[in-house]
Ligand binder design. Structure first.
Ligand code: SF4
Length: 900
């Protein structure tokens, strides 16, 4: 890729470098071998980026009240609407809800507009939902929101503790770095602390499946144990910290009590404690399982306390490491994109800081009170206190807790402005003014990843239609509101220079976040900027991989703080009505609300529909069966999902992925179910623990349609849709079986083309109906109905859409629902997205070649040899094959194995 543009992946907080270039009309991507976050690796989502850049479904022009308008009209409407409401109701009656998908330059001007010119801190970000507890925890402990370490520490550590982090699926390139480190140094130990047995447990030497919400007990117990074992770094604690006595007073639990509270036997707790105590180089990496809790900030501090007590931070191979969810959550924190922070890591509550910022901005005011935080903001909208909101690059009607109330809040709101690159989302549907924003590939600016590394995101595609960058849109609105002097920027480079200069204003080392050494970059230097970790306080100065090696923190006395963390459980416990606990999270191949990953066929195949994962015993008690549908209900809302009993979840809890919206399935927004309770310090919602009930969603039939076009108005009891390669896959379920399927199906598939062949198979007795619609020898659509959820495999049927001409044998096979006489032609459900290798293919290869190692599978089928995200699943298939073989060999002589 000689002419490739160096840019960054727009998904998770790993912040991988990407090489992107056009090849004909296709976008080709590869990992950037020179980027220090990924050294050339990408995960399945990153590799599929090229499939997400098409213009289908893009928002290309400004709209107002459903009609296309000029940019001038749209910008004037937004500016006048915001100005009028500020005039009539004051500055706190307007708000911005922004996103970790924005670039730092977009974020900077949005924050400047609100806090420095309109005069309110009513700007919050969807990053509130994933890492606000880490921010609050860092500020309490270090005096500033600082991640002390870096990714390299994972390779240098002797013990990695992963807490509430399904790294294999949510930060896959970090996971691959851990896997390789462990292959290189088998003595490296990995402990996974997670209520679920996730794919990350594939590398775990020890898995602690603690009860949801019990992390503070676990780490308080560890703190006490470390003292008892004499592991306290007395010199460091005495000279560089404060508050240890109070923290120890709060940490009174012994391992037996920890075990009881966490639901784990004492020996396993002690095994973890001993490992931690006896290993100097420990990295504790944590993510949403820690942060997304009503006690999230205390969980973060209970982890940091253990590192402070042992002095294990600031040096290679050790320290707490917050893994952020989004590509630029950290950049948003730098500019003060949260409602309770000021720009450049300064504090709203600090008059001196407000003075620095106002002087630097030369602005009419600076907000002095925290604004509404995400959940609270939509409550204020619901109450009518906030009357105008501008939502940028996020989909809160799907992603926020109590999402039905969020939808209601927007329906009540006087002025809803949405900037997005996608035309149809649950949120854009409620916008009065829609502004077309640039998408990945068209954007130019910077992002900061989880290890404080600033990278350039560079445009390599022209902006289509009337699309504009977010920073330009914000500056145009600001100028139309009369704020001309502060928003005269022609390029993102100019904004970055101002942002960098502000970080150095009156700093002198009091704030770690200082990138003033980059403030003098000219346009060419900005364009050529190499990935760099902050701080960069001197032009040309070396960046710091790790902070706090000098034992000087950002509190006024330069000491770190132990924080007493009093253990408390989740806000709401299970009840008779809602006897289980709902845990939500990401899956391997989707991102957020699927507005982009939902376009890539290869990403849709792995887990193609909304599901609820439940323990087999709980499923039995609730009358649920694998593959059938269930209604999942809480006090706040309900949804429908496919029942899955993966074996990954403990009794008493269920897991539902966060990604599905009304665009991809009926009644599938799990956000509508989530308790809106938040952590009192961080404002982060409790996404991991909502009391829930799961019950059968009874239907008369199940089915699916594969069709070249997406079907509109699916008038059935339940549906979901996912993009396949050249077709859409619709899963269906219905009540009221029609007296005859044929007319229903023909109407459904619109098989009215005069030259269409319509093939049918109808077995009324068995309740099976199948049909295929063929036009000019090509498969147009096929439909499969059954009384039972067991239906033909979709993978092989989907492959028929690539054929220019169907053979007679294909037509027969279509109605049979499987390849005839060639069993190996059906690859089964997808495992490896990169090389599109299915479960059936892998199983057959394992059986016929007697494979026992994932590397053999990779060598034979390539599965797992690229991004490696599927290796845990390949290992699970190998283990299952080994168990089956062992069971077979133990069978008494003469007995036969049951048919597969
Ligand atoms: Fe993108 Fe995957 Fe890298 Fe995350 S790990 S930045 S999703 S390529």
């Amino acid at each position: 890729m000689n002419s490739a543009v160096r840019t960054t992946c727009p998904y998770c907080g790993v912040g991988c470098g990407v090489l992107a270039e056009m090849s004909g009309d296709k976008v080709e991507v590869a990992g950037d071998p020179d980027h220090p976050a990924n050294f050339g690796r990408l995960c399945s989502k990153g590799y599929a980026l090229g499939e997400t850049t098409g213009l289908e479904g893009r928002l290309l022009h400004p709209h107002s009240h459903g009609h296309r308008v000029s940019w001038d009209d749209a910008l004037t409407q937004v500016a006048q609407g915001f100005s009028r409401i500020v005039r009539e109701h004051g500055p706190h009656a307007v708000a911005l809800y922004v996103s970790g998908q924005l670039l730092t330059e977009d974020y900077y001007v949005a924050n400047k507009l609100m806090k420095g010119y309109i005069g309110t801190a009513n700007i919050d970000t969807n990053s509130r939902l994933c890492m606000a507890s880490a921010v609050a925890g860092h500020k309490r402990a270090f005096g500033e929101d600082v991640v002390p370490g870096c990714y390299e520490d994972l390779e240098l550590a002797d013990l990695i503790v992963l807490v509430g982090a399904n790294t294999a699926w949510c930060h896959p390139v970090i996971f691959q770095r851990i896997v390789r480190a462990k292959e290189t140094r088998p003595e490296l130990k990995v402990v996974v602390i997670d209520p679920r047995r996730t794919a990350t447990c594939d590398v775990a030497d020890l898995h602690l499946p603690i009860r949801s919400g019990m992390d503070v007990w676990l780490f308080n117990g560890l703190l006490r144990f470390l003292v008892q074992q004499g592991k306290l770094d007395e010199e460091f604690v005495a000279s560089s910290t404060a508050g240890v006595a109070d923290a120890l007073t709060a940490a009174t639990v012994d391992p037996a009590e920890v075990g009881r509270m966490c639901g784990i036997d004492t020996e396993r707790i002690l095994a973890f404690y001993r490992l931690f105590a006896d290993t100097q180089k420990v990295v504790t990496a944590f993510s949403q399982g820690v942060n997304q809790s009503s006690a999230g900030t205390d969980k973060v501090n209970s982890i940091i306390n253990c590192h402070l007590l042992t002095g294990r931070l600031g040096h290679p191979g050790m320290g707490p490491l917050s893994l952020t969810g989004q590509p630029n959550a950290m950049g948003g924190r730098e500019v003060g994109g949260l409602a309770n922070t000021l720009a450049a890591h300064m504090d709203l509550a600090n008059p001196q800081h407000r003075g620095i910022v106002q002087t630097f901005w030369d602005s009419p005011c600076v907000a002095s009170e925290p604004g509404h935080q995400a959940v609270d903001l939509f409550d204020a909208l619901h109450r009518g206190e906030v009357k105008a909101v501008w939502i940028m690059a996020t989909n809160p009607v799907v992603s926020l807790p109590d999402a039905d109330r969020v939808r209601e809040a927007l329906q009540r709101c006087e002025l809803v402005v949405v900037s997005d690159c996608v035309a149809s989302t649950d949120t854009t549907a409620l916008a009065h003014v829609l502004l077309p924003a640039a998408a990945w590939g068209e954007k130019d600016g910077t992002v900061t990843n989880s290890e404080r590394r600033i990278s350039r995101q560079r445009a390599f595609l022209p902006a289509p239609g009337e699309v504009r960058p977010d920073w330009w849109i914000i500056c145009q609105v600001a100028q139309r509101m009369g704020f001309t002097s502060g928003f005269v920027f022609d390029t993102p480079a100019e904004i970055f220079a101002e942002h960098a200069a502000l970080s150095g204003a009156d700093n002198s080392g009091s704030r770690c976040f200082d990138i003033s050494g980059l403030a003098q970059l000219d346009a060419q230097q900005y364009d050529a900027l190499q990935p760099v970790q902050w701080p960069v306080a001197q032009a040309g100065g070396a960046a710091a991989a790790r902070l706090f090696a000098d034992r000087r923190f950002s509190h006024a006395d330069r000491k770190a703080r132990f924080v007493p963390t009093i253990p408390r459980g989740p806000a709401h416990a299970a009840t008779e009505e809602f006897p289980l606990t709902l845990n939500t999270g990401r899956i391997r191949d989707q991102w957020h609300t699927m507005t982009r990953t939902g376009r890539a066929a290869r990403l849709g195949e792995h887990l193609p529909e909304p599901f609820v994962d439940i323990h087999a015993h709980d499923a039995l008690l609730a009358g649920l069966r694998e593959g059938e549908l269930a209604r999942v209900a809480t006090s706040w809302g309900s949804m429908i999902a496919r029942v899955r009993t993966s074996g990954e979840i403990a009794r008493g809890s269920v897991f539902v992925p966060i990604h599905w919206s009304s665009v991809f399935a009926s009644e599938a927004r799990v956000g509508a179910l989530v308790n809106p309770v938040t952590d009192p310090l961080s404002g982060e919602p409790e996404f991991k623990h909502t009391p829930v009930r799961v019950e059968p969603f009874v239907v008369d039939w199940y089915g699916f349609v594969l069709a070249r076009r997406r079907l509109a108005q699916l008038d059935v009891a339940w549906w979901s849709v996912v993009q396949g390669e050249g077709f859409s896959r619709h899963e269906l379920a219905g009540r009221n079986t029609p007296s005859s399927w044929s007319p229903w199906a023909r109407r459904f598939l619109d098989a009215g083309a005069p030259d269409a062949d319509y093939l049918e198979y109808d077995d009324d007795t068995a309740g099976v109906y199948r049909s295929a619609h063929v036009i000019e020898e090509r498969l147009e659509s096929c439909l499969y109905i059954s009384r039972r959820p067991e239906l033909p495999e979709r993978a092989w049927l989907g492959s028929l859409f690539a054929r220019e001409r169907l053979e007679d044998s294909d037509r027969h096979a279509l109605l049979a629902g499987r390849p005839l006489g060639v069993p190996s032609a059906d690859s089964g459900p997808l495992v490896c997205s990169c090389f599109r290798v299915g479960k059936g293919t892998i199983r057959r290869a394992i059986a016929s070649h007697g494979m026992t190692d994932a590397r053999e599978v990779s060598a034979k089928l390539r599965a797992g040899s690229n991004c490696g995200s599927c290796i845990p699943e390949i290992r699970a298939l190998l283990a299952a094959a080994a168990r089956e073989a062992a069971a077979g060999s133990e069978a008494p002589a003469g007995s036969e194995a049951p048919a597969a």
